[in-house]
Design a protein around this ligand. Structure first.
Ligand SMILES: NC(=O)c1ccc[n+]([C@@H]2O[C@H](COP(=O)([O-])OP(=O)(O)OC[C@H]3O[C@@H](n4cnc5c(N)ncnc54)[C@H](OP(=O)(O)O)[C@@H]3O)[C@@H](O)[C@H]2O)c1
Length: 237
């Protein structure tokens, strides 16, 4: 059987990096994007050295830019021929309230968090539909199921992303394409830099990645529609 392929947006740090690591360690060819070119080059060198028989394709792309994302998606298809797993992970968290957050906070978080998943899915769906298989995994957030003060436009974007994920799930049932919404709570990444809270208060990125990988291991007859992961001691607000 040919190695499977996965695409992870926001692949160089945090949850995205942990996703790249787990899929690569299980023999997948891995594609990904982020904005920082040096991080992408370092990731490519590291993985190509560790897994010389697998293919890796990383491109610098701002996921908030629909046109760039379209080109990136097409490049991945050209490189890999087909895609088994699409993980819409890229996201930005800008704390603030609706009344007081900076102008443009809604647009930036909407374009990065929801727009990227929407546009990249649209780019890749024709190929996935043709193959009549594939999994789309949308990394949402508990901010997309519970509003909280200082969540502002981030909450709005994640509620919208969860909605989009549910729509996709319904639309793609006849195509053999499974859609999963992952809803993590506080996970220890750069998003939390400067926090006074202890490490033990957060989930490790590896746990989120492990859960996502497990979903992809199920038979094509089963879909995990939605999954909520929280720190053992509960949400941090
Ligand atoms: N950490 C949490 O507690 C938590 C909880 C729930 C949900 N989430 C969600 O999980 C996802 C990942 O979060 P994280 O905490 O792992 O983030 P992170 O540690 O800040 O890493 C973000 C990754 O995405 C890339 N990225 C950011 N903006 C991008 C853009 N516009 N275009 C392309 N790539 C971009 C970054 O690289 P560059 O900077 O080089 O672009 C980096 O590789 C997000 O969707 C987030 O909302 C996180």
């Amino acid at each position: 059987m040919l190695p499977k392929t996965v695409l992870v947006t926001g692949c160089t740090k945090g949850i995205g990096r942990a996703l790249v690591d787990i899929f690569a360690s299980h023999g997948y060819h891995v594609a990904g994007c982020a904005r920082n070119k040096e991080d992408l080059t370092n990731l490519f060198v590291e993985l190509s050295t560790r897994y010389p028989k697998q293919r890796f394709f990383f491109e610098s792309c701002d996921a908030a830019d629909a046109e760039l994302l379209k080109i990136f998606g097409q490049d991945v298809l050209r490189e890999f021929g087909s895609l088994d797993v699409l993980i819409n992970n890229a996201g930005v968290f800008m704390p603030g309230s609706i009344a007081e957050e900076a102008p443009g906070a809604l647009e930036k978080q909407f374009q990065t968090n929801v727009g990227s998943a929407y546009h990249l899915s649209r780019t890749l769906l024709p190929a996935m539909k043709k193959a009549k298989s594939g999994i789309i995994i949308n990394i949402c957030s508990t901010a997309g199921i519970t509003a909280y003060p200082n969540g502002g436009s981030y909450c709005i974007s994640k509620f919208a992303m969860r909605g989009m994920s549910k729509v996709l799930r319904e639309e793609l049932k006849p195509d053999g394409i499974r859609v999963s919404t992952i809803i993590p709570g506080a996970t220890l990444t750069n998003s939390w830099s400067g926090t006074d809270l202890p490490e033990s208060r957060f989930m490790p990125v590896e746990d989120v990645a492990h859960m996502v990988y497990s979903i992809c291991e199920l038979s094509p007859r089963t879909v995990v529609e939605e999954i909520i992961l929280r720190p053992q001691e509960g949400d941090i607000n």
